[in-house]
Ligand binder design. Structure first.
Ligand code: DX5
Ligand code: ZN
Length: 221
């Protein structure tokens, strides 16, 4: 069985109690931190000062998803904050190869994210510069949206390219992941699953994580 990572999104957590919300998901592989600037997406969440404190108190690694414009300028500071992984949007970066190298040089894993309408092919030549591709399975901006099946073909193409490269690049999906949809994404080739409302909307987040992990197991190809 391929390893299945579940990264709950704190976008669906209680923002007045972030530390205790982190402890509710300590059995997860990492915590997905959605940074939004109200420009790249029509929503505003949290920024660097809050992320720095989350990094200090979190029992599990931080996986930042930067939904911000001018990623080349702002993303490196998240790596400097000590985060395990920093993902920027392809649509918001002028020089993605340079930025990925900067993130790695600062000790973070480098990820590139794609909106549902953005093709993965232009970025396949830079797989060697990346630790993760994030395929958005909803339009970014809000939790609680419905999974877009039209993204499955792109997940399959990205999986084929990663396997053909022989490189260790994770394939993350984000948006509308539930116990029902996770299997489709896993079968298409995803191996890291972000889930916001499916975890924090559950009565028992730890149980929700365990159920998603079981449902997202993908047989070895
Ligand atoms: C959406 C964010 C997601 C969001 C997922 O723009 O990037 O991480 O929190 O929430 P759910 O799992 O509820 O779709
Ligand atoms: Zn996200």
């Amino acid at each position: 069985m391929a390893h299945c990572c579940i990264n709950p999104s704190i976008l669906s957590a209680d923002f007045a109690n972030l530390q205790s919300e982190l402890h509710k998901i300590r059995t997860a592989d990492a915590v997905h931190v959605d940074v939004m600037d109200n420009h790249f997406v029509p929503n505003l969440s949290l920024g660097l000062p809050v992320v720095q404190r989350l990094q200090e108190v979190s029992p599990i690694p931080l996986d930042a998803h930067l939904m911000i414009e001018h990623a080349d300028r702002w993303a490196p500071a998240y790596a400097d904050a000590g985060l395990a992984s920093v993902t920027f949007h392809a649509e918001a970066s002028i020089a993605p190869v340079k930025l990925a190298r900067e993130l790695r040089a600062r000790g973070a894993k480098a990820g590139i994210a794609l909106r549902p309408g953005s093709a993965v092919e232009p970025f396949l030549d830079m797989l060697g510069e990346l630790d993760m591709i994030l395929i958005m399975t909803v339009e970014p901006g809000f939790g609680g949206q419905e999974f877009l099946d039209l993204t499955l073909a792109k997940i399959r193409r990205a999986r084929a390219a990663i396997d053909a490269s022989g490189l260790d690049v994770k394939l993350q999906v984000d948006g509308g992941i539930t116990e029902k949809t996770i299997q489709r994404a896993a079968e298409a080739g995803a191996d890291v699953f972000v889930a916001g409302s499916a975890v924090y909307g559950a009565d028992d987040p730890a149980e929700a994580i365990a159920r998603l992990r079981a449902a997202g197991r993908r047989p070895e190809q």
